[in-house]
Design a protein around this ligand. Sequence first.
Ligand SMILES: NC(=O)c1ccc[n+]([C@@H]2O[C@H](COP(=O)([O-])OP(=O)(O)OC[C@H]3O[C@@H](n4cnc5c(N)ncnc54)[C@H](OP(=O)(O)O)[C@@H]3O)[C@@H](O)[C@H]2O)c1
Length: 352
Amino acid sequence: MASDGYRVGVVGATGAVGSTMLRVLAERGFPAAEVVAFASQRSAGAKVGFDGAELECRPLTPDAVEGLDLVLSSAGGSVSAEWAPKLVEAGAVVVDNTSFWRMHDDVPLVVAEVNPEALDGHRGIVANPNCSAMQMLVALAPIHRAVGIERIVVSTYQPVSGTGRRAMEELEAQTHAILHDKEPPAPEIYPHRIAFNVLPQVETFRQGDDYTTEERKMMAETRKILGATEDELKVSDTCVRVPVLMGESESVNVQTREPLTPEECRALLSQAPGVVVVDSPSDGVYPLASEAAGRDEVLVGRVRRDPSHERCLNLWIVGDNLRKGAATNAVQLAELLHARGLIRRAEEPVRA
Ligand SMILES: NC(=O)c1ccc[n+]([C@@H]2O[C@H](COP(=O)([O-])OP(=O)(O)OC[C@H]3O[C@@H](n4cnc5c(N)ncnc54)[C@H](OP(=O)(O)O)[C@@H]3O)[C@@H](O)[C@H]2O)c1
C-alpha cells in the first residue's frame, strides 16, 4: 500500500453493483489513494461518479491493471473467469461479486458478519456471496450459532435490480407502456413480462434440473458459508422475481436443533451485527423492501412460531440487494482484508 492508501480497481463500474460499490467505497472512507474504474470496451471514456468527482472508465487490458492493490469486480462470470487470475498475477487481491469463483475450494466465500475468519487463508481471490444467501445468513447465522439450524425452507421475492441495469429499464418501460394503454415492449431480459407479474424463475434451468441456477447457488452457498454438509443442514428454496426495483424480501422457515421461542429469537437478533428487528405486525410494522432500499442492515420481522412444528419459526427477512447483497459486503471484505494485513500479493495464487 502506498503511504496514502491503496490503488483500487472497480470492474463493472457502470453497472448496478459497480456504481453502488463506488458509492459505498466513498461513503465508508476506504483508504484508497486512487480508484480506477473499469467497464467494457463500449464504455471506454464514459464517466462515473466517485466521491463528488468523475472517473473515466477504461477497458481491462494487461497494462491498465498493473499496480492495482485491490479490485472489486462485478462484470459477470465470464469476465471474472478470465480476469480474476490475471489481476491476482499482476499483484492485486480480488473481491469477486460474480458466481464464477464462489464454490471453488481455494476461494473463501465470506459474509462480513458471519465468517470473516475465512479470509485468512485467501490465495488472491475472495468471493462475495449471492445476494439472497447473503441477507438470509446475516439474520440466520446468529440463530445457528445459538441453537443450531437443521433445516431452512425459503422463498425469495427478488427485485429486478438483482439482474442489473437493463432489467430495471425493462420493468420501467413495460410498466410505463401498460399505464399508458400501450402494448408493452416484448421481454428481452426475462422469459416473460415482468411488469404487473410474478415470475417463479430467477436465472435459468439447467438441462434435467427442476431447480434454477439461482436456487442451486443459494442452497450450496448457504452450506459453504456456514461450514455445513448436506446432511447437517437441509436447505430448500424457491426464488421468485417480482416487479420491484430495489430490495429483496424472503419468507424463511427455519427449524432449529434446540428450542427457540419467537421472543428469544427477537432478543438474539436485536443484538446481532448488521440486523435490525422491525416487528410489530399489529401496528403494520414489519420489514419492507421500500424501507430496506438504501440501507446496509438486514431487516427482520414477522417472527412467529410455525404452528405445524414445535422447533420451527417463520421470519420475513429484507435487505438491499445492491448494498448488503453486493456492494456493501464487498467493501466490508476490503476493510477486513485491510485490517488483517491481507491486501498483498498472493504467494500461491488460485488457479481455475
Ligand atoms: N445486481 C445485483 O443485485 C447483484 C448482486 C450480487 C451479485 N451480482 C453479480 O454482479 C455482476 C454484475 O451485476 P450488475 O447487476 O451490476 O450488472 P449490470 O448492471 O449489467 O453491469 C454489468 C457491468 O459489467 C461491465 N462489463 C460487461 N462486460 C465487461 C467486460 N468485458 N469488461 C469489463 N466490464 C464489463 C458493464 O460495462 P458496460 O456498461 O460497458 O457494459 C457493466 O459495468 C453479475 O455477475 C451479477 O450476477 C449482482
